[in-house]
Design a protein around this ligand. Structure first.
Ligand code: MEV
Length: 339
């Protein structure tokens, strides 16, 4: 009986939220938080055991299907639905008899925070199940990764109804992803110490995307200039990242800090701010951390702040943010992709 272990990182958007909807560049990076999947063979043929999010399912595929329907949209039901779909993809419908297996899913990525928890789960689970069914090799060649990405994208679409392909691609390849129009490029990662600050105001991406659309409708010329500016910021960030070497980390952080600050000003001008977002920014500025911006849709949701290592302010600003009722997570960017 085989044992397979896979893992895939979460992600965060660095630059280009909203403007990416209008075809401008978006930069995302993998983070050092991961989903871990362990797949082990079981004696009972055609049976699956899934343990995830402190819940367990044990039984044949039909039972998995029934359990999925019964749990509706809950994360565990979603999880089972994706596993069922991957197994079906591997076996071709109708599902043939297969050697039973158990899947244990663990993750240190907070869910529903825009940190790619679902894409990370889809990539790690797809890799494990495709390996089990012999569809890819454990060498994870370029061709294997391409196949995992295609299946993981299908699974992401199943979860979200619509997906851009950014999340599954960055969680698969790791490092940094640049998306411009329909082209996706993966670059080696850079290690940035980031704080992810959650305002705890629920995200509503479609509402915020509609807000930007309204602003464009009422102030077309200015609105398009703002979007162009966001595109230029992401283009410039890419040049800075590509130029960076291990020796000039402080320079790199200083230059990206300024871009974070400009980017946040433009997002605010586009109307995707929120009083809690402003409260986080004021608090960060009080601790001399100007490099803070919305990540994702805004209107609440999360922000990212570049911790200034030279002032060792990371600790104190985190404490102040927590005291003010925000949730803070310290991460490092540029993590390795699927393993
Ligand atoms: C949300 O994470 C990012 C947005 O640009 C929306 C999208 O790209 O679909 C605001």
């Amino acid at each position: 009986l085989t044992k397979i272990r896979t893992s895939a990182p979460g992600k965060v958007i660095l630059f280009g939220e909203h403007s990416v909807v209008y075809g401008k560049r978006c930069l995302a990076t993998a983070i050092d938080r991961r989903t871990y999947v362990t797949l082990e063979g079981r004696a009972e043929s055609g049976e699956i055991e899934v343990s995830a999010l402190d819940q367990v399912f044990d039984g044949p595929l039909d039972g998995l299907r029934a359990r999925c329907e019964e749990s509706g949209e809950e994360p565990f039901g979603m999880c089972l639905g994706v596993i069922l779909a991957i197994v079906q993809w591997c076996c071709d419908a109708p599902v043939l008899a297969f050697d039973g297996f158990s899947l244990t899913i663990e993750s240190d990525i907070p869910i529903r925070r825009g940190l790619g928890s679902s894409a990370s789960f889809c990539v790690a689970t797809t890799s494990a199940v495709l390996l089990k069914f012999g569809k890819i090799s454990n060498k994870l060649t370029d061709l294997d990764k391409k196949l995992v990405n295609e299946v993981a994208f299908e699974m992401e679409t199943k979860i979200h109804g619509r997906a851009s392909g950014v999340d599954n691609t960055i969680c698969l390849y790791g490092g940094i992803l640049s998306k411009l129009g329909s082209s996706l490029d993966v670059l080696p990662g850079i290690q940035l110490p980031l704080l992810i600050i959650d305002t705890l105001v629920p995200r509503n991406t479609s509402e915020q995307v509609a807000r930007v659309k309204d602003r464009l409708a009422s102030h077309s010329a200015v609105g398009h200039l703002l979007l162009d500016t966001l595109g230029h910021i992401a283009d410039e960030a890419l040049v800075i990242i590509k130029r960076s070497t291990a020796g000039n980390q402080l320079d790199l952080e200083e230059q990206l800090s300024e871009l974070f600050e400009i980017n946040q000003g433009v997002l605010d001008a586009l109307g995707v701010g929120h009083e809690k977002v402003s409260a986080v920014i004021s608090l960060c500025k009080k601790y001399e951390c100007r490099a803070v911006k919305i990540t994702g849709a805004g209107g609440g949701g999360s922000l990212i702040a570049l911790a200034d290592r030279s002032k060792s302010e990371g600790q104190s600003v985190s404490a102040a943010l927590r005291e003010a009722g925000f949730s803070v997570l310290g991460i490092t960017t540029g993590a390795e992709g699927v393993r």
